[in-house]
Write a protein that binds this ligand. Structure first.
Ligand code: SAH
Length: 224
């Protein structure tokens, strides 16, 4: 299996279909080996543009969704980013490649929270073997509460479907910050919402279209 060739081909298709636009997101998607974030038995499907089952009923998002969210987040070198829903760690690694590329003076950092302990361990191993563990910190806990000790964040993303945007996350967003969240029913479908906090602290929300994510759990998520 020539994963690198498959990765290049997928990125070309995502550019052609308009999901990938900016050079920095394109370069990040070309660098991060998605196959290294998958359980052994589904590695061969790493470059199919589809979500894949991981374990504990959870999924890794489709590459076009990762690409789209990275574009909408307006990521910059130096950004401090919070992800809610680490899953495999793949999306966090792609973001780290954009905000904290090797050999820049003021690299950013990615904090990612995962509520399922086994997935925390899985993501940690994946990030270690792909050499992202210095740029991504993974935390076990309820991501709807955010990480007040590391706030404020320039960018926040939820990779699970929320009933509404959790208040603590809005509070922990920095001025000029962007937050992305799928909001709607727990299964099929939600609307991807983009919230911007202005320099003065004003909140602006826009809608980016229909998406399908697994349900968000925790205090501000769906009850089990
Ligand atoms: N970003 C991931 C895919 C995430 S799937 C990747 O790149 O692989 C959504 C994840 O959100 C699941 O692993 C699920 O366990 C987790 N999750 C759900 N509710 C959560 C919460 N309240 N806090 C943290 N993680 C949560």
């Amino acid at each position: 299996m020539d994963f690198e060739a498959e990765r290049r081909e997928l990125v070309n298709r995502l550019v052609a279909s308009g999901f990938l636009k900016s050079e920095k997101v394109i370069q990040a998607m070309l660098k991060v080996p998605r196959e290294e974030f998958l359980p052994e038995k589904i590695k061969s499907k790493a470059y199919v543009d589809s979500p894949l089952p991981v374990s504990h009923g959870q999924t890794i998002s489709a590459p076009h969704m990762v690409a789209m969210m990275c574009e909408f987040l307006e990521l910059e070198v130096g950004d401090k980013v919070l992800e809610v829903g680490a899953g495999t760690g793949y999306h966090a690694a792609v973001i780290a490649e954009i905000v904290a590329p090797k050999n820049v003076e003021n690299p950013g950092h990615v904090f990612t929270i995962e509520i399922i302990k086994e997935l925390v361990e899985f993501a940690k191993r994946n990030l270690e073997k792909t050499l992202y563990s210095d740029r991504v910190t993974i935390v076990w806990g309820d991501g709807t509460l955010g990480l007040p000790e590391h706030a404020p964040f320039n960018k926040i993303l939820l990779t699970a479907a929320a009933p509404s945007i959790p208040k603590p996350l809005i509070q922990q967003l920095a001025p000029n910050g962007v937050l992305l969240a799928p909001v709607g029913q727990p299964y099929f479908y939600q609307t991807l919402k983009k919230l911007r906090k202005t320099q003065e602290g004003k909140i602006e929300v826009s809608e980016l279209g229909g998406v399908a994510f697994v349900p968000l759990r925790g205090k501000y998520g769906w009850k089990d």
